[in-house]
Design a protein around this ligand. Sequence first.
Ligand SMILES: [Mg+2]
Length: 125
Amino acid sequence: MDSLTSITRKIQNFCEARDWDKYHSPKDLAIGISTEANELLDLFRFKTMEDMDKMMSDEAKRRLISDELADVFYFLIRFAQMYKFDLLASLEEKMVTNEKRYSIERSRGSNVKYDQFLNEDKDEA
Ligand SMILES: [Mg+2]
């Protein structure tokens, strides 16, 4: 059993033992993903690059970040488990899309979003 399957079962068992399926609609799980992602974001609020560099080598701060990453991951896995999405397959498929959208030639060293390429092409024409 791979580790994603193992942790998925652990989360499923955790939730079912508490009779939480009834609280885990797609909407509420999506809210969970978003809320936890924002808790992660809040850790960096008003922080400078220097502050964030220090955070990355501070064990207590890393613990807080790790907890929020885990919370986001928990809700992602729970959503996929409840509604039968294969997260690894989803990511594999999305990476194929990303490879097309962001060719190395086009995107190396650039943070331009793929939908802006068209505008750039127009500007160059
Ligand atoms: Mg949290």
